[in-house]
Design a protein around this ligand. Structure first.
Ligand SMILES: [Zn+2]
Length: 178
């Protein structure tokens, strides 16, 4: 069974696939997990030189994102339940990542459309929101929050940034294994 799982596995570093949502602890735990063999949270804690609580928190993060999985078994000596952890094959993670990336691309496209279709105004205070032209007319070109006169905002840079981000993500998704 292990070999059939192995054949499906694509060797892409996990760091590439899971992006940057994870903290240092989670990456450390990740390095001590394997697709082929199982370990308990305590084993990982001692190998990674971390507290068991930190390891558990990281493991559940990896479980939630379908990167790791566990089996619950009863320890014959202590009769307590232990969790045996291992990584899921990378392939399923690639699919999850692709789905996530496509969702982000969609959101960025919507934002890009919005930036292209609208003209923006802002009062210059960083805590105040950006206002569309219609909203600016309504508030007589004064900030609805702080009443400072509104200035036209050139959003070319935002449009450029969004277009570049969309292209980068698209390219990344296209280059991932199927
Ligand atoms: Zn303001």
């Amino acid at each position: 069974m292990a070999s059939s799982v192995k054949n499906e596995t694509v060797s892409v570093p996990y760091e590439t696939i899971i992006g940057e949502d994870f903290d240092e602890d989670t990456f450390r735990v990740l390095r001590h997990l394997s697709v082929d063999s199982e370990s308990t949270d305590e084993e990982i804690a001692s190998k990674a030189n971390m507290s068991v609580n930190c390891v558990r928190r990281a493991l559940y993060k990896l479980y939630d994102t379908r990167i790791a999985t566990y089996r619950r078994v009863r320890d014959t000596k202590t009769s307590y339940f232990v969790h045996l952890w291992k990584l899921l094959p990378v392939k399923s993670n690639i699919q999850t990542y692709k789905k996530k990336a496509k969702f982000v691309i969609e959101k960025l496209k919507q934002r890009l459309e919005f930036e292209r279709k609208n003209v923006f105004y802002h009062c210059g205070n960083k805590d105040c929101p950006y206002i569309t032209f219609d909203e600016a007319v309504e508030s007589r070109f004064k900030c609805p929050v702080c009443s400072t006169p509104l200035q036209y905002v050139n959003n070319e840079k935002a449009i450029e940034f969004l277009s570049r981000k969309i292209d980068e993500l698209k390219e990344e998704v296209e280059n991932l294994p199927p």
